[in-house]
Design a protein around this ligand. Structure first.
Ligand code: ATR
Length: 282
């Protein structure tokens, strides 16, 4: 019997050694009956790596830190959403033609949308980096009102101007009336699990608190929020949904999201028991 052609999917980043994307995507491919493998590559040159997609006929690629913006100039096309956000986390290869997409905003909006109606609500977005941009895009697309809060004033103000929303400096965050808080900074990520970007006494005014960090699954921010009676949303769900949307773009099929969540969660628990902190991508 002739073996069917193995479909190759890849992760481009640096570092990638501790990424949980391979375990998540390979579990999904198996369940979806796709004869394929998802392989992490530690990339030295993103330009050469993109050339490799065509040369090796890689069907789909995830792009992570630090290449989400740098990769854009080497692709044939970029969809409107990724263009507006200014970052690509997914590449689709159709017969050598490479298109860039962004599924981070979908990961955020699917996670939020399962917990609430986004339309009409006010969201405090903490941070002004790439993840904040994906969050702003998703919230605006869903009809919500984002408010930016950032440590560095100039960066926050610049982003606020670009997206047409208000900005507050970190020390004035207590003055904002909002239903939802989303942390897009890395504060609280392993190994600094004792840190939170917001003091607990400022959390009581929010009904929902979301963290984009998924290692640990329950960050200090989410633990404090739970103690304050808020509904909490974890970065694990965002990670799973952004990955599931990638698989949908690559295969056209609906991926097994529950299984994907389960394998990532199991791996995170194993990491906690083992060497402690692990690097994550997002
Ligand atoms: P990403 O692309 O993943 O969003 P990034 O571009 O490095 O990452 O952005 C990280 C954001 O987290 C920034 O807005 C950063 O604030 P500054 O603009 O002031 O640098 C914010 N951030 C990181 N560490 C922080 C900390 N200890 N306290 C407050 N904000 C922090």
């Amino acid at each position: 019997m002739i073996e069917p052609q193995l479909e190759i999917f890849a992760l481009f980043g640096n570092p990638v050694a501790h990424s949980l994307s391979p375990v998540m995507h390979n579990a999904a491919l198996g369940k979806m009956n796709i004869h394929g493998r998802y392989i992490p590559f530690r990339v030295e040159s993103i330009e050469d790596a993109v050339r490799g997609i065509r040369g090796l006929d890689i069907r789909g690629v995830s792009v992570t830190i630090p290449f989400k913006t740098a990769v854009m100039e080497y692709l044939d096309e970029i969809d409107d959403e990724a263009l507006e956000i200014g970052a690509v986390n997914t590449i689709v290869n159709e017969g050598g033609r490479l298109t860039g997409h962004n599924t981070d905003w979908q990961g955020i909006i699917i996670t939020l949308g399962k917990a609430m109606e986004i339309k009409g609500k006010t969201f405090v977005v903490l941070g002004a980096g790439g993840t904040a941009r994906a969050a702003l895009f998703g919230i605006l697309r869903g009809g919500g009102r984002p408010v930016i809060v950032n440590r560095t004033r100039e960066k926050g103000e610049q982003l606020a101007k670009e997206w047409g929303c208000p900005f507050y400096p970190l020390e004035e965050r207590g003055k904002i009336a909002a239903e939802v808080l989303i942390n897009t900074t890395s504060v609280g990520m392993a190994p600094d699990t004792g840190m939170s970007p917001i003091p607990p006494e400022l959390l009581t005014s929010y009904r929902w608190v979301m963290d984009v960090i998924y290692n640990p699954v329950k960050t200090k921010l989410l633990r404090d929020a739970e103690d304050s009676g808020c509904i909490t949303l974890s970065g694990l769900d965002m990670f799973v949904h952004q990955g599931a949307e990638q698989l949908k773009l690559w295969t056209g099929q609906e991926p097994p999201r529950d299984l994907m969540r389960q394998v990532v969660q199991e791996r995170l628990i194993a990491k906690d028991r083992g060497s402690g902190a692990g690097y994550i991508d997002k």
